[in-house]
Design a protein around this ligand. Structure first.
Ligand SMILES: [Zn+2]
Length: 117
C-alpha cells in the first residue's frame, strides 16, 4: 500500500465512505490524499481509502494524527533546547559559586594567618 495525492483509477471512490477526490471544506486538494491499498476487488476495481477514513482508523486504533505528532515533536524539541540552556546556566552558576567559595576560604585562611603572626 502507498499514499497518493488523489485517486486515479476508476472507480475513484473510497472503499468505506464512497467519497471521490473531494476534500472536506475548508481542506483543499493540497491537503487531500488517499491510501492505495494495491489490492483489486470486483475483478479489477482499485481499493482506496480517503484521508478522512485513514484518520478515523488511526484515531480508532489509538494512533496520533500526523499534524498532532509533528506539533508534539516540535514542542519536545523546544523543551529539550530549553532544558539544555537551563543546564548550561546552572553549571555556569555552580562554577561561579565554587570560585566565590574558594575565594572566601582563601580570605579566611589569610586572616587566620595574619592573626596568628
Ligand atoms: Zn473515506
Amino acid at each position: 500500500m502507498h499514499k497518493e495525492e488523489r485517486m486515479t483509477q476508476q472507480p475513484m471512490l473510497c472503499l468505506t465512505c464512497f467519497r471521490g477526490n473531494t476534500p472536506n471544506d475548508p481542506d483543499s486538494m493540497d491537503d487531500f490524499w488517499v491510501l492505495d491499498l494495491e489490492r483489486d476487488v470486483n475483478w479489477g476495481d482499485p481499493t482506496y481509502l480517503c484521508k478522512y477514513c485513514c484518520e478515523r482508523i488511526a484515531a480508532l486504533t489509538g494512533f496520533v494524527p500526523e499534524a498532532d505528532y509533528i506539533e508534539q515533536a516540535n514542542i519536545v524539541k523546544q523543551q529539550l533546547r530549553r532544558i539544555h540552556d537551563l543546564q548550561a546556566k546552572l553549571e555556569e552558576r555552580n562554577r561561579r559559586l565554587d570560585q566565590i567559595a574558594q575565594g572566601t576560604r582563601a580570605v579566611r585562611r589569610t586572616k587566620k594567618e595574619r592573626a596568628a603572626s
